[in-house]
Design a protein around this ligand. Sequence first.
Ligand SMILES: CC(C)(COP(=O)(O)OP(=O)(O)OC[C@H]1O[C@@H](n2cnc3c(N)ncnc32)[C@H](O)[C@@H]1OP(=O)(O)O)[C@@H](O)C(=O)NCCC(=O)NCCS
Length: 180
Amino acid sequence: MSDRIIREDFAPDKHITAFQKFDCGDHDYQRSVANWIKGIDPEDSVLTDVARRGTQVWVYYNQADELVGFGSLGTHEWSLPPHGKKKVPVVIIPNVAVARRFWGKPADDPFADQILDDLRNEAQRYRPTHQALVLCVHPLNQRALRFYERHHFVVIEPPLKDGHLRMATSLAAVPPNSLD
Ligand SMILES: CC(C)(COP(=O)(O)OP(=O)(O)OC[C@H]1O[C@@H](n2cnc3c(N)ncnc32)[C@H](O)[C@@H]1OP(=O)(O)O)[C@@H](O)C(=O)NCCC(=O)NCCS
């Protein structure tokens, strides 16, 4: 039987401490994700995004109560095909991560898939007003790129000015999965 994730609403007092040893990779583009949830940078972290942007954040544990990872959602406006330069409302995943020791695990129902499905399910409630589920990814983050492509995200041109790739998927496609 697969190991289903258990979700908690992000609570700074509990989770900032819980994430201090969180390891989701050694590359700068992976460390920056871990640093975000650790609240390292006083100007750019989970705390500032929750306070300033109303970002929603969830923390995921496995059935053994081990910290698996986190996911987040916010709303934004993006230029998206076929709308040209006009900005349209989108739901964004500002950050998502699975602890390195759980990458690709469990093989029969990976935690990363479960978390992304959960975020997509949460995003569904914006569907009447928001066009797409979007995210930005570092161009060297091949692992994340492969992962998002497998989940039907496509690269949207042009990239951000800082080089991050923009990816999007329609909110219309509902996967047959939920936490309930
Ligand atoms: C992105 C993340 C959530 C994906 O979770 P995961 O458990 O690693 O995902 P999976 O193992 O299911 O998928 C990774 C994919 O990358 C592939 N992959 C693994 N190593 C790779 C590499 N070095 N280069 C390219 N692809 C690679 C895997 O084969 C898999 O592709 P497949 O499904 O076609 O086989 C996780 O790696 C993570 O938390 N990374 C650090 C934080 C991060 O980068 N977050 C995203 C910010 S945009």
